[in-house]
Write a protein that binds this ligand. Structure first.
Ligand code: BGP
Length: 467
């Protein structure tokens, strides 16, 4: 081991409002797209919230946040990434004034974090566009969304800007290519959506993100704004240059987003993609100017890698976007291929490309857990999760030794939450088990898994316990 984690490394965990809060109509909250997506991205949305939608209650964090944050504190969290439910603050999304009760909820949550000395990291928009904006404006396809988002972001910066330093504008912004409703609030079905509208929506999101960055700096120059992308290293299935070229194209599809976030302008390859498809975007001079408000850091989620090939290969399952299976790698119970070395690879790739501090804001293993009793206390012997965590952190340590500037690491779902893609509770990521099942039954009690103590020791030793 040549080096170790720097002092002040931000260890913690990450969640999203729609996956754990519940209270879907409490405190004046409006409906979000998630309230009508009982099967995640596996099936089209429904008309009304239905009882089979696990997100309506989530894990009842809306009422139990103090208990949950106390458990995070027990693990020694330095940082907690959470998202704000847009429709708690602006129930429809296009109102002039915010909902005070919604704002007060996050004040109370921040009070708990402060009490425990945990730094907040806030995602402004994490897959929870207000339903009204999706249905009335077709989400980000409509330019007016920029104004609604600016008002929402300004409200957050003004209210919490003196106590929240780190902000992320959009969760996994590149996932809109694959999940236009969940990621972009676009009500038109994926099959019906034209490429021109999809790219226009992307443009609006990128402008909104840059505009929020500008607003944040005007309100408080101390604020640090990051972009957030779904990172997935892509390997050629064979050394055939045609496969390598496929990888380059697929990589560009994802990297374009942060190229704009970091460099403030569209890269040539992206403009070519538009030209080749005969798409002319509505990009104003003011938009171009706004895009120059670039981010302070780049954050990303990392779960798996994929392969690409000009032809052949077996298609596997994946995190929103899948790809061709890698014959060299094992997979989780949900078919996501486990690749710790891929994390070191993306950290290096991103650092070499952008030279901005990097923040791993999601990484984790979704698995079926079995609740057992040890000395009369319910727990889960999740050695598989510990192994996943250990192996990925070893690669983070390697990347730091490579010279990469890594700000921190937040494990996805430190407490079991409802899954984004499949809307299940049985796909568990937590160090804390929540007694709730896919049929909605359960006490909602929380239990520490074996990994709880392991992560606590990792944080306490600043990574010195890694195998
Ligand atoms: C990311 C999302 C998260 C989270 C995670 C795990 O794509 O940003 O919201 O849920 O993936 O995915 P899933 O919940 O589908 O297993």
């Amino acid at each position: 081991m040549s080096t170790t984690f720097p002092d002040g490394f931000l260890w913690g965990g990450a969640t999203a409002a729609n996956q754990l809060e519940g209270g879907y109509d409490a405190g004046g909250k409006g409906l979000s797209i998630q309230d009508v997506m009982p099967r995640g991205i596996l099936a089209p949305p429904v008309e009304e919230p239905t009882a089979d939608n696990l997100k309506l209650v989530g894990i009842d964090h809306y009422h139990r946040y103090a208990e949950d944050i106390a458990l995070f504190a027990e693990m020694g969290f330095k940082v907690y990434r959470f998202s704000i439910a847009w429709s708690r603050i602006f129930p429809n999304g296009d109102e002039e004034t915010p909902n005070e009760e919604g704002l007060a909820f996050y004040d109370a949550l921040l009070d708990e974090l402060e009490k425990h000395g945990i730094e907040p990291l806030v995602t402004i928009s994490h897959y929870e566009t207000p339903l009204h904006l999706a249905k009335t404006y077709d989400g980000w396809v409509d330019r007016r969304m920029i104004g609604f988002y600016e008002r929402y972001a300004r409200t957050l910066f003004e209210r919490y800007g003196n106590r929240v330093k780190y902000w992320l504008t959009f969760n996994e912004i590149n996932s809109v290519l694959h999940a236009p409703l969940m990621s972009g609030g676009i009500w038109t079905s994926k099959e019906q959506l034209s490429k021109a509208d999809l790219y226009q929506a992307i443009h609006h999101e990128l402008v909104a993100s840059a505009s929020a960055t500008k607003i944040a700096r005007e309100i408080n120059p101390e604020l640090r704004i990051g972009c957030m992308i779904l990172a997935m290293p892509i390997y050629p299935l064979t050394p055939d240059p045609a496969d390598v070229l496929k990888v380059m194209d697929a990589d560009h599809g994802n990297l374009a987003f942060s190229d704009v976030h970091v460099r403030g302008a569209y890269p040539g390859y992206f403009l070519r993609t538009l030209r080749d498809q005969g798409i002319e975007l509505d990009i104003t001079d003011a938009d171009r100017e706004t895009l120059t408000n670039t981010v302070d850091f780049v954050s990303f989620s990392y779960y798996m890698s994929i392969c690409e090939a000009a032809s052949g290969g077996e298609v596997g399952q994946g995190n929103i976007m899948g790809g061709i299976k890698n014959p060299k790698l094992p997979a989780s119970e949900w078919g996501w291929q486990i690749d710790p070395v891929g994390l070191r690879i993306v950290l290096n790739q991103f650092w070499d490309r952008w030279g901005k501090p990097l923040f791993i804001v999601e990484n984790g293993l979704g698995a079926k857990d079995e609740l057992v009793e040890v000395d009369g206390v319910p727990t889960v012997q999740d050695d598989y999760r510990i192994a996943y965590l250990n192996d990925h952190l070893v690669q983070v340590r390697e990347a730091i030794a490579d010279g990469v500037d890594v700000m921190g690491y937040t494990w996805w779902g430190p407490i079991d939450v409802v899954s984004a893609s499949t809307a299940q509770l049985s796909k568990r990521y937590g160090f804390i088990y929540v007694d709730r099942n896919d049929d909605g039954s359960g006490t909602l009690n929380r239990y520490r898994k074996k990994s709880f103590g392991w992560y606590r020791d990792t944080i306490a030793s600043n990574g010195a316990n890694l195998a």
